[in-house]
Design a protein around this ligand. Structure first.
Ligand code: SF4
Length: 263
């Protein structure tokens, strides 16, 4: 399995205290992506530029490493006491974790045998059978919806949303716990057309899923893009205000969807 980070004591990636494993590889290229180091499936080498005390320092950095699932399991199980005391567990994120579904299934099975709660944070862009196989080994899906208009979805992520919407319904039909997450990107997916389309989608599926989480766009990845010498095409966008987020939350709640701001 190829991963690029492990974060302990995560509080926004599912219930309780969690350890989140970030897998490399993603079939999307979202314009607002906070993890550009996740995109390529293999470890990547970058020449990183940093300014320290006014001096430009260049250094080589490798994003990602290969790990054996058994070694990863040994590392994850060390946090068991925190999982048990908080009702937490392990979350697999990325990138798109389903791109490594064979290794992912192995580690999910190992954790399942130990009764560790398993959450998958997915873009939904994967074959339907893969989605269902992984769902059979997880307790919760954090399922990202980015844009409802297929052409805008293609423009801003590189793919249309047909498979993502089909897979969302596949999970809901199979009675799998799903929380939808929408990264709120000002001017891109918070237009009245998009919000209306999201609301219709949720209304038609009322009672089949848990919450909707609205994730406000933030600019924290700007430095990462600069260090990696990658273009951050939406760098000029402003973050949405707390007031704006509250207005959007109210719009979702008014159609009967329990909505949170943040993870
Ligand atoms: S799906 Fe997630 S990891 Fe992949 S490009 Fe989009 S934001 Fe980045």
């Amino acid at each position: 399995m190829t991963i690029f980070d492990i974060k302990r004591f995560a509080l926004h990636d599912g219930p309780g205290i969690r350890t989140t494993v970030f897998l490399k590889g993603c079939p999307l290229r979202c314009a607002w992506c906070h993890n550009p180091e996740s995109h390529m499936a293999e470890p990547e080498e970058y020449m990183e530029n940093r300014l320290i005390d006014g001096k430009e320092i260049k250094r080589t950095r490798i994003y990602g490493k290969k790990v054996r699932t058994s070694d990863l399991f040994d590392e994850l199980i060390r946090d068991r006491v925190f999982f048990e005391e908080s009702g937490g567990g392990v979350t697999f994120s990325g990138g798109e974790p389903l791109m490594q579904h064979e290794e992912l299934l192995q580690i999910l099975e190992l954790l399942g045998r130990e009764k560790i709660h398993r959450t998958i944070d997915t873009s939904g862009q994967a074959p339907g059978d893969v989605m269902l196989n992984v769902a059979g080994q997880a307790e919760l899906f954090l399922y990202d919806l980015k844009l409802m208009d297929p052409e805008k979805h293609r423009e801003y992520t590189g793919v249309d949303n047909s498979r993502i919407l089909e897979n969302a319904d596949l999970l809901l039909q199979h009675d799998i716990e799903v929380i939808f997450r929408i990264p709120l990107i000002p001017g891109i997916n918070d237009t009245s057309e998009e919000i209306d389309a999201f609301r219709s989608f949720f209304k038609e599926r009322a009672g089949l899923f848990g919450d909707v989480s609205l994730l406000p766009y933030h600019k924290t990845a700007t430095g990462k893009y600069q260090r990696m010498q990658k273009e951050y095409v939406i760098a000029a966008l402003e973050e949405p205000s707390a007031q704006r987020m509250q207005v959007l939350r109210n719009e979702f709640e008014s159609c009967g969807v329990r909505t949170t701001i943040g993870g």
